[in-house]
Design a binder for this molecule. Structure first.
Ligand SMILES: O=C(O)[C@H](O)[C@@H](O)[C@H](O)[C@H](O)COP(=O)(O)O
Length: 262
């Protein structure tokens, strides 16, 4: 368990630039010491701004992308073509170009599973059908994690946005015990998500806490209350991001507006 550290930036733009540089330097530093790096990504507006900055940073040229593996901490459970997919958005904002240039192998991109059902099947599905599809997808990703990273997967770094309600990944306030503290599973299906789309996949807290470095980012005044509540205590189920921590490092990277209530 690591101490939570807060770093405040004067603007959302500087937060994105600094976090992008932090990600790129971390990848480079780790690659100097180990054969590969595994990083878990997330979705959302702040994340996509950061990915754009990663793409445009000159530091990106210093990374040996063939040894970088991309994972997701959460995903919207929709079809591959759906523009809502976190992985699709990150691909467009950042790493699609690396693949096109032959720098990053497609096999290093470990997207969470898509919903394999047709729109007609989804429209006619019962809640039970959805639960079943989500469980199967969560198990599939769990197997991929174990296959690649061993029985207790540990990311080198995992990054997260924070919602105005205090959620991170797809772990929402008061929304299911399994996601928060079941030490036996790394990936869960989340049904009836308060943030659309309603079906999602997410890493669990025990899996997230097994990461070496956990970085959360938040910008704008609408996040100020969530940041304040998360940092006011630990392990508060009403504010899931209060559970976030990495083994070596836990950073809250926020802009001045999101820090307004600290
Ligand atoms: O799929 C998602 O929506 C996310 O993974 C979610 O956890 C996101 O990171 C936060 O909701 C912050 O999103 P914003 O930066 O858009 O506010």
């Amino acid at each position: 368990m690591s101490q939570r550290q807060v770093i405040t930036y004067p603007s959302a733009d500087l937060l994105s630039q600094a976090t992008a540089a932090r990600i790129l330097l971390e990848l480079g530093d780790r690659l100097a010491q180990q054969p590969r790096v595994d990083i878990a990504l997330t979705g959302g507006r702040d994340a996509n701004d950061i990915y754009e900055c990663v793409k445009n940073s000159p530091l990106a040229q210093s990374v040996d992308w063939k040894r970088v593996h991309l994972w997701w901490s959460d995903e919207r459970f929709v079809s591959f073509e759906d523009s809502d997919r976190n992985a699709g958005q990150a691909r467009r904002a950042w790493f699609g170009g690396l693949i096109d240039q032959g720098l990053l192998p497609e096999s290093n991109v470990h997207e969470m599973p898509v919903d394999p059902r047709t729109p007609e099947q989804v429209a006619g599905a019962s809640d039970q059908d959805n639960e079943k599809a989500l469980t199967a997808a969560a198990q599939e990703y769990e197997h991929e994690l174990i296959h690649e990273l061993g029985e207790h997967p540990s990311f080198d770094a995992a990054v997260f946005g924070v919602g105005p309600d205090g959620h991170f990944a797809s772990l929402f306030p008061d929304h299911g015990e399994a996601e928060i503290d079941n030490p036996d599973i790394s990936v869960v299906g989340v049904n009836h998500s308060p943030k659309p789309p309603a079906m999602r996949l997410s890493l669990t807290v025990p899996c997230i806490r097994n990461a070496h470095k956990v970085w959360l980012f938040a910008s704008t005044p609408e996040k100020a209350n969530a940041v304040h509540r998360a940092l006011a205590g630990r392990n508060n189920p009403h504010v899931p991001s209060s559970f976030a921590e990495g083994r070596e490092e836990t950073l809250w990277l926020i802009d001045r507006d999101a820090a307004a209530l600290l």
